[in-house]
Design a protein around this ligand. Structure first.
Ligand SMILES: [Mn+2]
Length: 379
């Protein structure tokens, strides 16, 4: 039987760490659901349950379903809560115990709903705060770091190139790559103001695009995809307060959500890599946007590597001591891009980063894997 350190777990949770993150950190041989239920039970009653180890720890069930099932009388259902959150509601509107309600809200957040607490009201947000998350990789001192980089897969659009994306992951797998970085616009999203977009989608709406991505995005043993979301993915937040990033991450443990539009990954203590998905349009010259962005970075805060999505272009530039790259896409030119005379560079990248003892870049190599001829209806 397993005895959990209940006090410390609750403390970590109060400090902002999610139950899932605590659960993963402790690496327990029980299901996430069992773990979470025991914690909630402890918070309610003070009783410290011992847990029986289980073999299968893969299953993901959310506490929300449990509570609404077990205590239907006292607590609102998930659907009812989401409806109420659109206008805002108090904890007591959802159910009697604020700690249980808080857990239910945390579940919804883990599912992708952007929920803020304003005064004493929980409310859906369509304009959440965008903070850059810093991620610190465990560097083992190895002087050669090899990663895969993709961007703008625009899954959900009929122009997405799923076969090519899978081909890239086959190459990554064969090269022994364990981490692939995605610079945003994983989905095509939903633009109500672009009336033609609806004809270009094979999956409509957040739920279907998330379902399609979770089912069809390349999954290879030993490879984790780390992704930010871009302006297309962001349309779901703006329209409905739903962020597909956490929703995908929850269902695909090999897909790690890093934040909205920007993230900073420290590959070594002296080598940080920025993932960026800007919101600008295209300029006359291909290099313009990247150059101006680098100009705007303050001296002390420049990354060593900059990976830029959004423009569907491939370009490398060494400027202000930054190894900067416009990352190509895996979506064929759309009618929208055609009408704006925008070319699409399709491809994926392999980066070979050689560092010294202290983790500072010695040599830097970008390999482009191009796709010359797009397939039609490749979904
Ligand atoms: Mn974009």
């Amino acid at each position: 039987m397993i005895q959990l350190d209940y006090e410390n777990i609750v403390k970590s949770n109060n400090n902002g760490e999610t139950y899932r993150s605590i659960y993963e950190r402790l690496n327990l041989p029980v299901k996430f659901n069992t773990f979470k239920r025991a914690i909630c039970h402890y918070k309610k009653t003070g009783e410290k349950r011992k847990l029986k180890p289980t073999k299968d720890v893969e299953e993901i069930i959310l506490i929300l379903d449990e509570f609404t099932f077990e205590e239907k009388q006292e607590y609102k259902t998930k659907e009812e809560i989401i409806q109420m959150l659109k206008k805002g509601c108090k904890s007591t509107d959802i159910g009697p115990d604020p700690t249980v309600v808080f857990d239910m809200i945390q579940d919804l957040r883990a599912n992708g709903y952007c929920i803020a607490l304003q005064d004493d009201m929980y409310i859906i947000q369509v304009n959440p705060e965008k903070k850059t998350q810093h991620v610190f990789k465990d560097w083992n001192g190895c002087k050669h770091i090899r990663i895969g980089v993709v961007s703008d897969t625009h899954i959900g659009n009929v122009n997405n190139q799923m076969s090519f994306l899978h081909h890239l992951y086959d190459i990554y797998k064969s090269l022994g790559i364990t981490d692939v970085y995605h610079c945003g616009d994983i989905s095509d999203g939903w633009y109500p103001n672009r009336s033609d977009q609806i004809y270009e989608l094979h999956s409509h709406g957040a739920d279907r695009q998330v379902d399609y991505i979770c089912e069809h995005y390349p999954k290879r043993d030993g490879i984790t995809t780390h992704f930010i979301i871009g302006n297309h993915d962001y349309t779901f937040i703006r329209n409905t307060g739903f962020n597909i990033g956490p929703a995908i991450s929850l269902r695909r443990p090999d897909m790690n959500y890093l934040g909205i539009n920007n993230a900073r990954v420290w590959l070594t203590p002296n080598c940080d890599m920025e993932l960026n998905h800007p919101g600008d349009g295209s300029a006359y010259a291909m290099s313009y946007s990247l150059q101006k962005y680098i100009d705007s970075l303050s001296g002390g805060d420049k990354p060593k590597i900059l990976l830029n999505g959004h423009h569907h272009k491939f370009l490398t530039m060494f400027y202000r001591n930054i190894h900067a790259i416009e990352v190509p896409c895996t979506e064929a030119q759309t009618n929208f891009m055609k009408s704006k005379r925008l070319a699409a560079h399709m491809g994926g990248l392999v980066l070979d980063i050689y560092v010294d003892e202290e983790g500072t870049i010695d040599r830097f190599n970008v390999e482009m894997i191009p796709l010359y001829k797009a397939l039609t209806d490749d979904y």
